[in-house]
Ligand binder design. Structure first.
Ligand code: HEM
Length: 299
């Protein structure tokens, strides 16, 4: 059902005459419009993510410990909310303007939307549940010493150990991809959970739910940004993904390939090569070596 709706957005939204173009096609054909929109989308991240992470770090008691959360909220949150509005507006236009079908059937775009939803649910939970008791934990008592045992407890060593092991997996190449990816995921989760336990122990005056909400926000927006960046890479594009593979199923590639014949003007326009002047053969690069595969790309 959503597939047909996205197809309607691509082909019909904004098309007022029979041979008119939809807004999606018009934006796609514009020379600069999409780039300006996506550029604004990228630049606004520094205002959005930059400010929301300041508040998240304070909620976890990691930074700005002598500033009441309410003060930081009042000063910074207006910037966060305006830039959030700009992110959503430019994101939707960028989505409509390049090829909404390609994005809708793109695993990174789908993961980005999932974590965007998680981040929004966390905001609602914080504002309508957790923040009700803000007067109790708005300030960190000035003499609130970090308990000695929390300064270098087992959680810190677990975090450092898991992080070192995770970094150690990156040089490893000739092993099963599924195995190495699940090992990295497991080590990342261990590192993040032990880091949270360590941070939680350092500031007992802030309730755990406040620190948890800050940690969920920080991680969810981090993943929204990473997955946003990955959208442009064609690693799992439907055209390159094996039918029946997990990525093929999660992206509903079968439905995408059913409609991909209709994309017409979305096909990337390739600029024609200038023909060599009359009577001259096309120049060849005499001494260019064919590209040599770097390690890990053999076969
Ligand atoms: C606050 C929320 C959002 C954040 C933090 C965010 C972040 C990002 C980032 C980091 C990129 C990569 C930019 C680059 O390096 O080229 C990106 C690209 C993109 N985002 Fe968002 N985004 C958000 C919301 C949205 C929404 C709501 C939509 C659409 C419904 C959207 C659609 C897109 C599209 C279409 C691209 C371009 C992908 C491409 O072809 O390269 N974004 N976003």
């Amino acid at each position: 059902m959503l597939h047909d709706f996205i197809n309607w957005i691509r082909e019909d939204l904004g098309r007022f005459t029979e041979d008119g173009l939809s807004w999606s096609h018009q934006l796609h054909q514009s020379l600069f419009m999409w780039n300006v929109i996506e550029g604004t989308h990228v630049l606004t991240i520094m205002f959005f993510a930059g400010t929301i992470w300041l508040i998240d770090l304070r909620m976890m008691g990691v930074a700005f410990r002598n500033v009441p959360i309410s003060t930081l909220n009042n000063k910074v949150l207006p910037i966060t909310m305006i830039s959030f509005g700009v992110m959503i507006a430019t994101g939707i236009i960028a989505f409509i303007g390049r090829d909404p079908m390609m994005y809708y059937h793109n695993i990174w775009f789908r993961l980005k939307m999932v974590f965007l939803l998680i981040a929004l649910i966390n905001i609602l939970w914080f504002h309508y549940k957790v923040q009700k008791s803000e007067h109790e934990w708005d300030t960190i008592p000035p003499d609130a010493e970090t308990p000695a045992k929390a300064r270098s407890g087992p959680a810190l060593w677990a975090f450092l150990g898991a992080t070192l092991l995770l970094l150690g997996t990156f040089p490893i190449t000739n092993v099963d991809l599924g195995l190495i990816v699940s090992a990295r995921l497991a080590l990342t989760v261990i590192a993040l959970v032990s880091l949270f336990i360590y941070i939680d122990g350092r500031t007992p005056s802030i309730p755990r739910v406040v620190k948890l909400s800050g940690a969920i926000s920080l991680s969810a927006w981090f993943l929204v940004i990473i997955f946003g960046r990955f959208i442009a890479y064609d690693w799992f594009y439907c055209e390159k993904t094996d039918p029946g593979s997990l990525a093929y199923v999660l992206q509903e590639c079968a439905a995408y390939q059913d409609t991909s014949g209709e994309e017409g003007i979305f096909e990337e326009e390739v600029a024609p090569e200038d023909p060599p002047p009359e009577g001259e053969a096309a120049p060849t690069a005499p001494d260019a070596e064919p590209a040599q595969p770097t390690t890990g790309q053999e076969g």
